[in-house]
Design a protein around this ligand. Sequence first.
Ligand code: ADP
Ligand code: MG
Ligand code: MG
Length: 247
Amino acid sequence: MLKIENLHAEIDGKPILKGLSLTVNAGEIHAIMGPNGAGKSTLGYVLGGRPGYEVTEGSITFDGQDLLEMEPHERAAAGVFLGFQYPVEIPGVSNVQFLRESLNAQRGARDEKPLSGAEFLKLARAEATRLEMDAEMLKRPVNVGFSGGEKKRNEMVQMGIISPKFAILDETDSGLDIDALRIVGDGINRIMRQPDKSVLLITHYQRLLDYVKPDVVHVLADGRITRTGGPELAQQLEREGYAEVAA
Ligand code: ADP
Ligand code: MG
Ligand code: MG
């Protein structure tokens, strides 16, 4: 589904990714772990097509298409979903408006007809209920005044509504208490643990991986993948630290 080869990327002329290669097949969940500043979020942004991140070498193909040639909205329409480490606040735009517009833009790109307000609200309420989010939050401006945990949960509601083919989730576990972690973990499994979907789960800690069992675990250090293994690699990292395991 996703094939990254020898990816080099820089921000403001500063090299951050330095020859990163990674293949994710359909139906797989891959965890990316690594020390602070390794380039994990940068990888997410490059995949999402965020401006300011310049790819200087290498390639990314998604479902056989050249992802780097696609605009961010084309990537989203093709089924790429990016969950942010720091979800943005959008004052003046309600959550339902935002979610409905995101979904309908993507349906439009696939020649599917837009959902009406009523159809959409039904879908959004059902998804909020599944993620144990108060449906009242759907009416509030996007993420404004939401706690860290509420933002992450809101992001999972968005993912459930959009049902992407490929999700990159950047530290979705940060700021979550134990109950929220379980709810979010269950959500990721329910929405994304399917034969035609894949996930890149970026995390510092093993704890989310107790809920969402990765098929493959990678260590990203200094802009490259330095180790790849199974779930046991995450446990080894937790015990021994990155300096020992990934140097
Ligand atoms: P991680 O998510 O693994 O903690 P990041 O991808 O956020 O790491 O950052 C990788 C490196 O890029 C860090 O050294 C960080 O300081 C640097 N970096 C990130 N954004 C910028 C920016 N806008 N300008 C300059 N350097 C940046
Ligand atoms: Mg970080
Ligand atoms: Mg980061």
